[in-house]
Design a protein. Sequence first.
Length: 215
Amino acid sequence: MFRLFVFDLDGTLIDSRRDIADAANLLLRDYGADPLPEDRIGRMVGDGAATLVARAFAASGIEPPPDALERFIAIYSRGLLNHTRAYEGIPEVLETLATRASLAVLTNKPLASTRRVLAGLDLAQFFDEDAVVGGDGPFPRKPDPAGLLHLAERSRTARGDTLLVGDSIIDWRTARAASLSICMARYGFGFEGFPREALKDADRVVDHPSQLMGL
């Protein structure tokens, strides 16, 4: 049984693809570019906002202007919770797991936006304030393992008792870099671009959040 569950945010705890895609397409429209399909933008998520913006402009065939990232963050901030919801079963799973293990969040999303989403979806209650690590904090973004290792050390949990739950290749690489166990959320939109051949026999997979109970 794992004693620490560290969750990715977008595509793992929450389905935020539409709001992210809407913000990216509004930004592209401001610069005369055509919108991109929602699922295509979803596959660009995971490495942080700067990389997402760069990928969106590259896919549109235009150079991103100097203020593109700043404008994207402002646009997305206004619509952060327009359509974003916790995945079905996530609140119940977190409530149960919290009685058995420590819980944490590790995301490349900026910390302020992360806290707003967790609070807005009534998920903040399951995570201590210092158990939430964002992409603009003191640790490098995933797949650098520093943030994950910090969360394990913070909870005084051995590496063998720590599980990272995520949906993208970035999460998988983070767990690998930290020599920790990974559970891939195949229901998440980030898994659409995951190279299936990368999965190892020891890697766990779930198709619905409720299956995390068995871990």
